[in-house]
Design a protein around this ligand. Sequence first.
Ligand SMILES: [Zn+2]
Ligand SMILES: [Zn+2]
Length: 393
Amino acid sequence: MSIDDTIQTLFLELHQNPELSNQEFETTKRIRSYLEKAGIRILELGAKTGVIAEVGQGSPVLAIRADIDALPIDEQAECDYRSKNNQAMHACGHDVHTSILMGAAYLLKAQEQDLQGTVRFLFQPAEENFNGALELIDVGALNGVDAIFGLHNNPALTINQMTSCAGPFSANVDRIEITVTGVGAHAARPEAGVDPIVIGAQIVTAIQTIVSRSISGLDAAVVSITKFLAGNTWNVIPETVEMEGTVRTLTPQVREQVKTTLKTIVENIAAGMGGKGELRWFDGPPSVINVASWVELAKKVAQQVGYEVIDVEPSLGGEDFAHYLHHVPGAFLNLGSQSDYALHHPKFKIDRDMIMPAANYWFELAKAALTTLHSSLNSNPKNSPENSSEKNH
Ligand SMILES: [Zn+2]
Ligand SMILES: [Zn+2]
C-alpha cells in the first residue's frame, strides 16, 4: 500500500473510532501498530496515552507534535465514515493531524540514513482539556529536543493555504469565577439587606471597562462573563451571586494587568456597595509564542512545496502547544482543511485531499529544520551535542 493510501486508511479508522481526552487507549494502540509496521522506533517514556517515536540518530533533535483526542459531540457530518460512537467525534480534526504526522514519519523513515539528526514524533493526548502537552513534557518528551513544530487545520482556508506568524499566535486562556456575597432580605425591604444581584450587575458592566479603558488600544484582550446565577424565587433578595467566565489575552504583561484590574474591580465595587466580592482565577494554557526564525523557515518550505502562504491575525482561541514553546523554540502553524463548518461543529468535515500534501510538507520542513540546526550546532560549540540534553532544564 502506498503511504498516501496508508494514511488515508488511518484517518478513516481514527475518525470512526474517536476517543475523548485522556481516554485515547485504542487510538494509542492504533498509532503504535502503524509505527511498528514501518519499523519506526517507539520511546517507552511511560505516558498513559499518546505515543512518542523517533527516526534518525543523534543530535540535533527536531520534534513535531500532533494531537490525537476527540470531543464529546454527536457527529452530524454528511459522510460515509461518521463516528461509530455517538458520544464522541473528531470535530477539531485531530484525526487528520495524527494521520499527517504518521505520513511524515513514514516518509522520513524511508530516508532515515540520510537524516542529519533525529526527528521525534509526539502523538499527544488530551489537547482539548489542555493537559496533554504538560503530561508529555513531564515524562521527558522534550529531553534533548532543539526545536519543535506543530500544526492545526484551519477550516476557513483552502487546502493549498498555509499561515503562521511570529510572536503570539493564540491566546492565554484563563477561567474566572466570581462570588458576590450580600445579605439576604425580603424583596419589599431591600434596605434591610445587601442585594448581591445589583452589585453583580455593576461588576459585569464595570469589567467591560478593563478592555476599553485599562488596556492599550493596541493590545488585545477579551473578558466574557458567561454564567450568572442568583436567587430562586420572586420575592426574596438572595444572599449570593455566582459568576463564571473567561479572560483571553496575547501577552504575559496584558494577562497580569487584566488579572490585577479585575480583582480590584470585583473587590472594591462589592465593598463600596456593602457586600463582599471574591475573584478566583484559574490559569489555562499560555499563549503560543512563535519564534520568528522558525516561522520564516516554515513559510519558506511551505512555499517551496506549493502552499500559498497567507498572513493572519493571532487568534484568541487556546492551544496547549504553547507549553512546549516555553521549553524549546519553534513554531505553530495552520494548514487549510476547507470545511463548510467550523471547528467543534457537529457537521465539521475536512477535505481529505489535504492529508498527503501536509505529510509531505512536514517531511520537507523536518529535513530543512535539521539542516538549519545542524549548521547552528557546528557554528556554536556551546550547543554541542553533549550539552544538548541539558538545554530543557
Ligand atoms: Zn478543539
Ligand atoms: Zn484542535
